[in-house]
Ligand binder design. Sequence first.
Ligand SMILES: [Zn+2]
Length: 280
Amino acid sequence: MRILPRRKTTWAILIGAGILGAAALLLLAQPRARAALRLVRGFSPLDVERRVWLEHGAEDMAGAIAAALPEVVARVEECQGGPFERSFRVYVCASHESFARHVGEPVSSPVRGIAFLWDVWVSPKAFSFHGRDTHREALTHELSHLHLGQKVGWWHRTKEIPSWFQEGLADWVAGTGDEQVSWREAREAILAGRSLELDESGRLPFPKRPETYGMAWPMFHMQARMFVEYLRSRDAHAFEGFVMAVVGGARFRSAFEDAFGEDLSAVWGDFVQSLEEGPG
Ligand SMILES: [Zn+2]
């Protein structure tokens, strides 16, 4: 049965195609959409390590990333319950401006790397971050995020896994998070009641950002790392089981309580007590 006359049907198809085409163009105007679809120009794979894609001028940095990659991958897989699910690319940008342009960040962004959908992007900032060459650490941190995303999928990761755990895990695996805020400064803040918000799940469509409750990102990272390290020091076996459950797609809250025998706020209370009693 024909619902519309032939001419109207043709118009409807044309208008529909036009709307879809306009939507596609709008999407492709977004740098992150192009990055996600790997529609980026000016990068080519390194001969010795085909997972590393470099921009002209980034040869030395790409070589260093390629040299670090096998150990970094092994570290992430050891800490996060097994191998990566699929291959990925590491795009090494020749300048921070290029990095910012490709990942859709302002040039003023302090970010030195980003895990985005299938791949990781690295800025030259990773090689000189607050006076330190952190390329290995930045690569590890971003691959921790990528690995978790591969294991559970973007939807589950964003909805189910709180941002403090995603960052704390990556900071623990990578040894990052202490570049701008020291352990002592984070301890003082926690003991003064200026703690990160301890969500029991993620949040769609976007994870909660610490600035929404007045905390700077570096402090958030350091507190998250310290808490994750506390969980591990409290019971390494339970921690390992917990990470396995999380990367296996379990509900975060119940996986936490199953592993540690108490709810999140009670364990955080134990953590704060350990800071009060421990060396300052
Ligand atoms: Zn991160």
